[in-house]
Every structure is written in C-alpha cells, then in structure tokens.
Write a protein that binds this ligand. Structure first.
Ligand code: BGC
Length: 260
C-alpha cells in the first residue's frame, strides 16, 4: 500500500495550530503542496511554511476568516493564482465557544461558533467543489468531532455545529459523487491541543476525561493527521459521505463497560 499525494494541491483551514497544523505537516510529508490558512498568528503559519520548505516541500500561508464568504472567495482565488486549482480541502478551522448552559448562553458567541464551524466549512466546501466538480476529481474532508454524535452539556453551539457538519458532509457527498469527488469527515475525540488545555492540564479534569476514553489516553494531533492523509489519498478511494471517528473509543459509550 502506497500513500502518495505528490502534486496534489491542498488547503488546510485553521492550519496554523493544533490538529490543523499536524494535518498540514502530514499532507506535506506525503508530497502535497499545502496552503495553510489562518485567521490570526501569522508567525505560526509562516513557521510551518518554513518547516515544510526545509523538508523540500511546497507551502504557502494565507490569511482569511472562513466565516466571511468574500474572504473565502479571495482565499480560493489566491490558491488559483499560486497553483491553478485545488485537489484537497481540509475544513478544519473551528472554535468551541464559551461553556454555558443553553439558556444562559451569549447569543453572539453562540452564533460565532456556528458561523465558523458550519458556515465556514460550507463556504470553503462550496468554493472547492465548484473547482473539483469541473475537474472531476478532488476530496473535501472536514474536521468534525465525537460531538456530532455525543451530546455535550455547556457546548450546545459546538455540538450542533458538528452534527450539522456531519449532514452537510453526507449531502455534499451525494451531490459530488457523480463527478468522482469524495466528501467526508474525521471525528476526533479528546486530542491534546490548546482547545482543551484547561482539561488535560488539570489532574482532576484529566481523570474524568480518561474515564470517557476506552483506550484511556488522550490522542495526539498526529494520530488525526495520519488518518486524514489516508482518507484523502487513493487508499481510501471508495470512502465517501461518512465521518471516521478517531477517538480512542469515546463513541463506544465506555460507561456501558459495566452495568446497564
Ligand atoms: C473538543 C475537545 C474535547 C473533545 C472530547 C472535541 O471536539 O474540541 O475540547 O476534549 O471533543 O470531548
């Protein structure tokens, strides 16, 4: 089995940190040209570009807020200028918002989560699919979450956005399949990044979290990146319209390991 992405043109939104950064490096290691999108912290994006270039890969960094449709159009135009199109879109930019029960949630924050996680994924998928459908090849992969399936108290916007990304994925996959374009998602569980630092850096919260993971450890961003590289490659040529969970078994309902 040979995973080759040589010559493929990829965009990773939110590619300058956490899971996105690991995916950007993973794709570059497999031979893809990678556009690293970021909204803030250009130094992190530029650092990754340098890392990829040192390994003789090709990368560029592009600033854009994915929740702004005209910024997204411009982002894709810049990739067209650099590489004349796109083969792989990784819809990864996302936020989890502020922890708040639904009836106490701030509407502005709630809306922002949906605008980035769902609208942002849609705006980017829309631009990518226009190009992929006409070239009759390409893959759109979104970073979803175990919370497209598992309810999460305090994070109604985040969980709703990920459930929506799941159905967006299935529907766009149906639409794009006749053109040989695959649309799918990866569903990470608890992965060690800054988004959940407050949990894994606190011993009591960490113990609680580990109890929710059958493999009893937090995942590393590279463990998501490895699966993403497989899924966007021809090794996964028959996979579309699904979220593949990479979660140490979190969606296996470990509380049912006893009782019931
Ligand atoms: C969230 C993390 C959380 C994990 C498991 C992810 O989608 O971003 O903060 O630890 O789900 O609950």
């Amino acid at each position: 089995m040979n995973i080759k992405l040589e010559g493929k043109r990829a965009l990773v939104t939110g590619g300058n940190s956490g899971i996105g950064a690991a995916i950007a490096l993973g794709l570059a290691d497999a031979g893809a040209k990678v556009a690293i999108n970021y909204v803030a912290h250009s130094e992190a994006a530029d650092g990754l570009v340098q890392t990829i270039k040192q390994k003789h890969g090709e990368a560029i960094s592009i600033q854009a807020d994915v929740s702004d449709p005209s910024a997204v159009e411009d982002l894709f135009r810049q990739i067209d200028v650099a590489w004349s199109g796109i083969d792989i879109l990784i819809n990864n930019a996302g936020i989890d918002g502020d922890r708040a029960l639904g009836w106490e949630a701030d509407i502005v924050v709630w809306r922002k989560v949906i605008e980035i996680n769902l609208f942002g994924a849609f705006y980017c998928a829309r631009e990518a699919l226009k190009r992929m459908v006409s070239q009759k090849s390409g893959v759109v992969l979104s970073t979803s979450s175990v919370h497209e399936e598992i309810a999460w108290s305090g994070y109604s916007a985040y969980a709703a956005s990920k459930a929506a990304v799941s159905m967006l994925t299935k529907t766009l996959a149906q639409e794009a399949a006749p053109y040989g374009v695959r649309v799918l998602a990866v569903g990470p569980g608890a992965i060690k990044t800054s988004i959940n630092r407050s949990v894994w850096s606190d011993p009591k919260s960490l113990q609680d979290l580990l109890g929710k993971i059958p493999l009893h450890r937090i995942g590393e961003p590279e463990e998501i990146a490895q699966m993403v590289v497989v899924l966007v490659s021809d090794v996964a040529s028959y996979v579309t319209g699904r979220t593949v969970f990479v979660d140490g078994g979190m969606t296996d309902y470990p509380s049912f390991a006893h009782g019931g």
